[in-house]
Design a protein around this ligand. Sequence first.
Ligand code: NDP
Ligand code: 1BO
Length: 316
Amino acid sequence: MRTLKFKNNDEMPAFGLGTWKSESGDVYNAVKTAIKEGYRHIDCAAVYGNEKEIGEALAECFSEGIVTRKELWITSKLWCNAHAKEDVIPALKQTLSDLQLDYLDLYLIHWPVALKKEVMFVGAKEDLISLDDLPNATTWEVMEEAVGLGLVRHIGVSNFGKKALEDLISKSKIKPEMNQVESHPYFQQEDLLSFCKDHHIHFTAYAPLGSSDRAEKFKAADEPKLLEDPIITDMAKSKNATPGQVLISWALHRGTAVIPKSVNSGRIAQNLQAGAIHLSDDDMKKIASLDKNYRYLTGGHWVFEGGAYTLESIWA
Ligand code: NDP
Ligand code: 1BO
């Protein structure tokens, strides 16, 4: 399995299981099936509301001797309503308790957006806190403390653009080691990927299959269907593979990590096998030609008339 190497020589499996939208009742089986199949990296987040059930699956995998803690790479993310200094460690401890773990391999600031503590899902501009009042660098100081406390091995960010990264890099003792962002053939983010490479920040591609199970209210009516793109489906046929496998293989060939979500045991197994599919330079070029700068996750839910954030400020 391909890995991404960190400065201290820790290696993160480049392929992992996504768990956003993995419902209660499904996620336990998904995680257990994935680990039994050979997955060694699980991507979690407090806001996904399923860390307790993931914790039960992990505990059972350990107690049944399917895998040891050291063999797994577990990522989780700090939700936006816990950015205040005093809220970071309690939120992290809650995640650790839910996942039944002593430490995380990687902990990320989920978005460069701050919410009031009592708000889980943003509904109005009053729910938001401006980054002028609660800067990412303030939250980051406590992320750094979490490393010192041994609660997390590595820290990073998610949904950060170049400007937000530059700001954090200039103010931090421990530099962010990961940026987890949307990336797939329709939204490749070459600029951001190359910025991250230059600053020794690893890059994880989320929504690699087009995130088709997002709630309808967050989808554009004319949303392009990545899994049905003729270049992808033709390439899949020619390699006796599935479109999903071609998309995952493309991300791995680019040198990024990739975390497709599935709760279907057949697709969980199929996605892992994508690591064995070879793409030639010509295949890579054909796929690169598909870029249309199309974000599935626009970030529009953070933006309100007169609110603290604009799309430009979020993605800058
Ligand atoms: P994905 O692009 O992974 O797509 C998931 C959808 O694809 C599901 O409907 C799944 O259905 C389906 N699927 C899975 N495998 C296949 C396959 N081989 N062929 C066809 N369909 C398939 O979307 P996500 O948005 O879930 O992104 C992946 C992960 O990235 C998330 O789960 C989360 O962990 C992370 N993420 C992080 C974000 C962040 O802000 N940091 C934002 C978004 C995602 P089924 O389950 O039925 O197989
Ligand atoms: C608000 C969406 C988060 C997915 O990681």
